[in-house]
Design a protein around this ligand. Structure first.
Ligand SMILES: [Zn+2]
Length: 259
């Protein structure tokens, strides 16, 4: 299994970084896209080895509904639907989030084509997972971990991080937080299961609270910081993660081989 960061920036990032979406390649070469933001038309083609990367995507996982994670879904849906002989990409995500994505984000543009009313299942092979569930794709097991992202006090908005492990005890257990607030206890618990953690990290001068800030991540125990790669940061961060005990900032286009 390989994980490639086709983007490492925040929602407001530049083409130098692109939004934080990833490409997971299974041992048989099949590809799963983790999040499909509004940069995806460019980041995917830049980050892949072929010219029409979107047509080679076997599956998509969506963590939550901000546009740096779903803003490319209309393009992806139409692009694959109207391509001859194209199989529907599998779509894995938490079931309620999938429902809300269609009804509140995508239906306006994707709900009709000439002569036909459409549903999400017309574009994707939908594979909803439960709130604390898991799914398997190409011999890789993905467990959803509910991460606090935007808290309102009522109907909070979560992002579903992924604990990733190849079936049959091959390779390490990897955790991608997706967008998350800083939660010392939660990440401490997850770190007991994961040997590599890709953590949401903002490097802005002011804390947004809805993303884990670099300064807060610095307060984690040294053994935990060692496991952490930082992504979803602002352009030109002025920090030196290695000096602070982290593994580093993930660079755009960086690929991790966990085979
Ligand atoms: Zn978000």
């Amino acid at each position: 299994m390989k994980i490639k960061f086709i983007g490492v920036g925040s929602a407001f990032t530049t083409a130098e970084y692109y939004q934080s979406n990833m490409l997971i390649t299974a041992r048989n070469g099949k590809e799963l896209l983790v999040d499909c933001g509004s940069d995806i038309r460019f980041s995917l083609n830049e980050g892949s080895h072929s010219g029409e990367a979107e047509l080679e995507i076997d599956a998509i996982y969506i963590s939550h509904l901000h546009s740096d994670h779903i803003g490319g879904m209309e393009w992806m849906a139409f692009r694959t639907y109207f391509s001859p002989n194209q199989q529907k990409p599998k779509l894995f995500m938490e079931e309620n989030t999938m429902h809300v994505m269609w009804n509140c984000s995508l239906k306006g543009g994707l709900g009709r084509i000439e002569g036909k009313h459409m549903h999400l299942t017309d574009y994707f092979d939908c594979r909803p997972a439960s709130d604390s569930g898991a799914f398997q794709w190409e011999n890789i097991r993905f467990t959803l971990i509910k991460m606090p992202h935007i808290l309102t006090g009522y109907k909070n908005f979560y992002s579903y991080g992924l604990l990733i492990k190849e079936v049959g005890d091959k390779g390490p257990t990897v955790f991608i937080t997706t967008d998350t607030q800083f939660r010392r206890d939660l990440i401490g618990k997850i770190a007991k299961k994961a040997s590599v953690i890709f953590h949401d990290c903002e490097t802005s001068p002011f804390k947004s609270v809805v993303h884990a800030h670099y300064d807060d991540l610095c307060t984690l125990p040294a053994a935990l910081r060692q496991k952490i790669w930082l992504y979803h940061y602002q352009p030109h961060p002025d920090r030196i993660p290695k000096a602070d005990g982290f593994s580093g900032f993930v660079k755009k286009g960086q690929e991790f081989d966990f085979s």
